[in-house]
Write a protein that binds this ligand. Structure first.
Ligand SMILES: [Zn+2]
Ligand SMILES: [Zn+2]
Length: 621
């Protein structure tokens, strides 16, 4: 692809390198257009650092080009640095768009998945558009990315769209530098792209396309549980105002009390059920579209079982075009919780969902665009004047955190519960999506797949693998199995301190107050309520909650009365009073265990202290 430039006008040639998120976001097409508008010759290409440009023309045009590169960059691009230098003129008359070349160097940053953009949405609702109500509409500025990429370079053959050959109309858009779908890898239409199907729980197909959506909507209205395939996996959807439906979902999913996320059609609907601060509105409508925890409003009209005992709902707005179809014309809200059994990762394949969600979902709304990696919804909360991430997943992963300092390539494999992994490359930390509890076989599979994906996408062979100090964590064992790579064991709470410093670009030393569930300490007790003094390199355990016996170890997490008893024993000794909650339990046996130190590891855990407090409070009257 070339443009012809008038000969004899060039006076300068610049080499410009751009780093950051510049692949899969329409950056090269954007550069190409800028060059075209300014009559420059040269080329644009991907490199292992980002994008390389050589541009030749008159000084004023070149300067203007450089300013526009930064100021008009496509919305999904995140420019790190632009470095330019003058080089000798070359005899040429064209500006060349270099296509990705699988054998050549490739760009390093992959965009997260992004909610459908306003322009695509306008087409989606325009009856005369060829993608009217087509739920897989996307462009260079929106749509799935991380969850459909199988390998690099980020080009169609390396995505889960490889099997969908573009029709002529789509191909024309894809090839046209002036089109907003120029090189949009998931580009497709009803003629050539994926489609919806509706299936009963036994797999029997009932309808396709619009009929599938209509059937799913009817079933939702009738109180059924519908499994809906989205961007990062399946959701389980029910009408959030239908108490019986929500209760059924809870029972079937084995989820007793944790709040369920709720999706509403728009901001007006969100305001009817929650009080929203400006920052919460911003987060709700952002292109990452996380779940936002927001205060419930009186008379919200949703079933109590959606978020029992909590004064907040986890709210989100539609982000896949399909969600808009499901919520169309509905004033109400839909529970949209991860499509999994408790503690398992979210389902992504149709056959897998039919199997794993058997007995939970009444019916299935699916599509045939494969999801390569599961990616749960992200969760944010407005606390102390800022929106803070509680779960960094879809919309954010694998977008990097920029660090203050550059270092060697390190792979962090995380702990065992709520696992995520992280790859350090130069000044950037690429964090995976939320993976979950590695003791779950399916989660452990996703853990290994995600490690492979990050290493492949960023072309990194780490110089060091950092893992938790606990030798029995599955992530620690995985690290130990890596042949030829040096490993480093990091104390769990030191990792928390270092991560907090890195995220805030502070070098320390700092006082870190870490209030946690459990982490293995170098003294072989379980730590968890720690005041550490240190930085990334090291720490001193300045103070900690008192270490007390945890009768039965992990079993006490499920039976917090045991912890309460142990803590009371420590406080009162021989004067331990009879308290109402004790009548219901075999306290003598537990006190004997504690007394003899049998199967009662010592812990300074803050989580266990909270368990004990809560147990007492429940029975204080
Ligand atoms: Zn779009
Ligand atoms: Zn098409």
């Amino acid at each position: 692809m070339t443009i012809v430039v008038k000969e004899g006008t060039a006076s300068l040639r610049w080499r410009i390198s751009v780093s950051g998120i510049v692949q899969g976001v329409g950056f090269r097409p954007f550069v190409y257009r800028l060059a075209l508008e300014r009559g420059l010759s040269g080329f644009v290409a991907n490199t292992s650092e980002g994008v390389a440009i050589e541009a030749q023309g008159q000084a004023a045009q070149l300067e203007d080009f450089l300013v526009a590169l930064r100021e008009e960059a496509p919305p999904l691009a995140r420019i790190g640095e632009i470095v330019s230098c003058s080089i000798p003129l070359v005899e040429e008359s064209e500006f060349v768009f270099n296509h990705s070349d699988a054998s050549g160097p490739v760009a390093t940053l992959i965009s997260p998945d992004v909610a459908v953009c306003a322009e695509c949405l306008a087409e989606f609702f325009a009856p005369d558009d060829r993608r009217f109500r087509y739920p897989f509409i996307n462009c260079t500025n929106c749509g799935p990315r991380y969850t459909i990429i199988r390998g690099i370079p980020y080009d169609r053959p390396n995505t889960t769209m490889a099997d969908f050959a573009m029709c002529q109309a789509c191909r024309r858009e894809y090839d046209d530098p002036g089109n907003r779908r120029f090189h949009a890898q998931p580009n497709c239409c009803p003629e050539c792209g994926p489609h919806l199907t509706f299936a009963e729980a036994d797999g029997g197909r009932l309808g396709n396309g619009e009929a599938a959506v209509a059937e799913a909507s009817q079933r939702l209205a009738a109180g059924e549980i519908v499994a809906v395939k989205g961007i990062g996996g399946f959701h389980l959807a029910v009408d959030a105002a239908n108490a019986r439906a929500v209760e059924r979902l809870r029972q079937r999913k084995g989820r007793e009390a944790k709040p369920l996320a709720v999706m509403v059609a728009d901001l007006a609907a969100a305001r009817r059920i929650c009080r929203l601060e400006d920052m919460e509105v911003q987060a709700l409508t952002s292109r990452e579209r996380p779940i936002v925890l927001a205060d419930k409003k009186e008379g919200h009209g949703l079933a109590e079982a959606v978020a029992p005992g909590s004064d907040q709902f986890g709210l989100m707005l539609p982000y896949a075009p399909l969600h808009y179809l499901l919520l169309e014309g509905k004033a109400g809200a839909m529970v949209m919780t991860s499509g999994n059994r408790s503690e398992e990762p979210i389902c992504i394949e149709n056959d897998e969902a039919l199997l794993r969600l058997q007995g939970i979902a009444d019916c299935f709304l699916m599509h045939d665009r494969p999801i390569h990696l599961p990616c749960d919804d992200s969760v944010v909360s407005f606390q102390a004047g800022m929106v803070r991430q509680l779960r960094r997943s879809r919309g954010f992963a694998p977008g990097p955190l920029t660090l203050a300092e550059s270092g060697s390539m390190v792979l962090g494999v995380g702990a065992e519960l709520k696992n995520t992994v992280c790859l350090l490359k130069e000044k950037q930390a690429f964090c995976s999506q939320h993976i979950g509890d590695l003791k779950n076989l399916e989660a452990y599979r996703v853990f290994r797949q995600s490690l492979g994906q990050l290493a492949a996408l960023f072309e990194i062979t780490p110089a060091l693998v950092a893992h938790d100090l606990h030798p029995q964590y599955l992530s620690s064992r995985w690290a130990a199995e890596q042949q030829g790579l040096p490993t480093l064991a990091v104390q769990h709470h030191h990792a928390h301190l270092a991560a907090c410093l890195a995220e805030n670009r502070q070098a320390g030393p700092a006082i870190g107050i870490i209030l946690d569930g459990a982490g293995y300490g170098p003294d072989q007790t379980i730590w968890g309520g720690e005041v550490l003094l240190g930085d990334a390199r090291g720490y001193r355990r300045f103070a900690a909650l008192e270490s007390l016996p945890l009768p039965g170890g992990d079993a006490a997490v499920q039976a917090p009365w045991r912890t309460a008893l142990s803590y009371l024993q420590a406080a009162f000794g021989a004067d331990l009073p009879e308290l109402p909650f004790m009548a219901a339990h075999e306290c003598g046996m537990i006190l004997a265990m504690v007394g003899k130190g049998v199967n009662s590891p010592l812990t300074s855990s803050c989580g266990r202290l909270f368990d004990a407090e809560r147990r007492q409070a429940d029975h204080s009257v």
